[in-house]
Structure formats: structure tokens, C-alpha cells
Unconditional design. Structure first.
Length: 171
């Protein structure tokens, strides 16, 4: 993937026209927000983390993946506007599994890779809103009431089986 900007015409405080090439047959023209840029010492634009996140999400949606990487999974999930739980639900895996994929501790099996690529293809067709800020979280419909805190001494002094039973009933 190659990128092209028009840095000579850019001035701080202005948006930056930007072209992203996704191979020989695909190109996307976008505008990077002024808030996503800052000038370097020579006055040329430097991409802030929010701009890099936006470009990563575009790359996750529009590029063909030869190998599924942790960064690709994270960027695709964020491009889809999903939290780990919702992404896991769509793939019929646990939230912890998604977390492990994103950290690189585990890799998805071939049937799940196909499901991830299906989500990517659907995003290309349906379109997604790419933003460099963190994806919006859906408000929780359930109210979580934290259990009263116990002292470390009392928690660790219980036998293991009764401690696990106490944790199951307190949730």
C-alpha cells in the first residue's frame, strides 16, 4: 500500500488531501483532519496517532490479507465499530479469544479466518465510517453492581474451592 499527500500546499490548521493506493487497481482519496496532523520542524505534516489509526482501519477493510495479523484483527474490529465482545459474538468465539488474537498470543483457526474475511468483505460492500478516534462503545443495557471489597487477607485465607464458589455467587 502506498500513500500520497500534498505536503507542500499544507498549512497547520488545514485538512490534508491524501491518496491511499491499495494495489494496482484500487485507490482511495481521503481528507485527513487538521486535528490529526501537526507540523514537523520543517513545517511538513506529521500524522498523529489518530490519523495512523484511521489509515490502519482503512487498510484493514480494503486490503487483501495473505496472513491474518494481530494488528489486522484489531484494526478491522475497530473499523467495524465493534468492541471485543460483539466481534467475538459475530465469530462465535469468546471475548478472551479475541483479546488473545489481538495480543498475538493465539491465532485464529482456518474456519474463523474465513469468517473474519467474510466480515471484511461485508464491510467493503456495506461501507464503514472510519474515524481515527476510538470506536464508539454501545451503551451497556445491564447495570453492574460491584460486590463489596474484601480484604486480601480474608480472600486468600479461604480454601480454593470455597473461594471459587464465593466468586461465582458474587457475580
Amino acid at each position: 500500500m502506498s500513500t500520497t499527500a500534498t505536503p507542500n500546499a499544507w498549512k497547520p490548521g488545514l485538512d490534508l488531501p491524501y491518496t491511499v493506493s491499495f494495489g494496482p487497481d484500487a485507490m482511495l482519496a481521503i481528507t485527513l483532519r487538521a486535528a490529526w496532523l501537526k507540523p514537523d520542524r520543517s513545517g511538513r505534516p506529521t500524522l498523529l496517532p489518530s490519523a495512523v489509526r484511521a489509515l490502519d482501519r482503512l487498510r484493514a477493510v480494503f486490503t487483501t490479507q495473505k496472513k491474518i495479523t494481530p494488528g489486522f484483527i484489531l484494526s478491522l474490529r475497530e473499523a467495524l465499530g465493534l468492541n471485543q465482545s460483539d466481534f467475538a459474538r459475530k465469530l462465535r468465539v469468546s471475548k478472551m479469544t479475541v483479546s488473545r488474537w489481538e495480543c498475538g498470543r493465539m491465532y485464529p483457526r482456518p474456519p474463523v479466518v474465513r469468517a473474519i474475511l467474510t466480515l471484511q468483505a461485508a464491510a467493503r460492500i456495506q461501507g464503514v465510517k472510519i474515524d481515527g478516534d476510538k470506536p464508539a462503545r454501545k451503551p451497556s443495557t445491564s447495570v453492574h453492581t460491584p460486590s463489596p471489597k474484601r480484604s486480601l487477607k480474608s480472600r486468600h485465607s479461604q480454601p480454593r474451592a470455597s473461594q471459587q464458589a464465593a466468586e461465582r455467587t458474587s457475580v
